[in-house]
Write a protein that binds this ligand. Structure first.
Ligand code: ATP
Length: 254
């Protein structure tokens, strides 16, 4: 029996005024796996993420979600079909508490929108689930803390809780450990290991120890194209990958 595919790209390309940032990418992400996208700076990882989540429309090619063609759908529609992307820190509201953030995200997930003239009663319906999600990302003790007061690593954990509020089938994480110290990186590896249960995770990640610890499969991009694909062990031993990384000089594939 073959594993069902959660997310597929076929011949996916995106041009920016004649410059091809993503070039005929084929990608198959099996359901229930953690799939990492790696590659030197400018390889097209973020553009590919934006295509997969509907934030950018492809110039050509096709995207399928659990077998359904979602090419060209806007981000809200892609999100409704079960794809969530971890929010960026810039989308946190400093004066709201962790708990309020997650309650709002749960309300938004129910189609209530991000209302700021919020009714406390309506929001508090979501409190029990919000507490579960905060506990899951290690913020159980910080429900009452304002987002501004959280450390960088904890802000990223809160973003993850906001994405999980959508209860996504497919979770896309854009550099989940970027800018983190060792301790937060360890915590994040453990956290992703927990939240992957029952879902598919696609992550862009520069830190190879994170990729090695979590990814079932790795796609290496270079100059918009797929350079290699396989297990972490396979791609790290791949000659073309080694050359690309040494050539870029910025991220060694160790
Ligand atoms: N909106 C845009 N307009 C023009 N060029 C763009 C645009 N977005 C990305 N590019 C170009 O596309 C290429 C791929 O960029 P992208 O951000 O996808 O790479 P990346 O692999 O995510 O890099 P990094 O690791 O640095 O984040 C780069 O050369 C970039 O300059």
């Amino acid at each position: 029996m073959t594993t069902p595919l959660a997310l597929v790209a076929r011949g996916l390309s995106r041009d920016f005024r004649g410059f091809r940032a993503v070039d005929a990418v084929d990608l198959e992400v099996a359901a229930g796996t953690v799939h990492a996208l790696v590659g030197p700076n400018g390889a097209g990882k973020t553009t590919l993420f934006n295509l997969l989540t509907g934030f950018l429309a492809p110039t050509s090619g096709r995207i399928e979600l659990a077998g359904r063609d979602v090419t060209g759908l806007p981000p809200e529609a892609v999100a409704r079909l079960g794809v969530a992307r971890s929010f960026q820190i810039t989308s946190l509201f400093g004066q709201l508490t962790s708990g309020e953030h997650v309650e709002l995200a749960l309300q938004a997930a129910q189609g209530g929108g991000w209302r700021f003239w919020r009714s406390d009663k309506l929001l508090h319906r979501h409190r029990p689930r919000a507490r579960e999600l905060l506990a899951m990302v290690g913020l159980g003790e910080l429900e009452q803390s304002k987002a501004d007061s959280l450390s960088y690593g904890r802000k990223r954990a809160l973003e993850l809780a906001l994405a999980l509020a959508l209860d996504p089938q497919v979770l896309l994480l854009d550099e989940p450990t970027a800018g983190m110290g060792m301790e937060d990186v360890e915590r994040t590896i453990e956290l992703i290991g927990r939240v992957r249960e029952g879902r598919t995770v696609v992550m862009v990640e520069h830190n190879m120890s994170v990729v090695g610890a979590l990814a079932d499969r790795v796609t290496v991009l270079q100059a918009g194209r797929v350079l290699a694909e396989g297990s972490y062990e396979q791609v790290r031993a791949d000659e073309a990958v080694i050359t690309a990384y040494l050539g870029s000089g910025s991220h060694a594939a160790h």
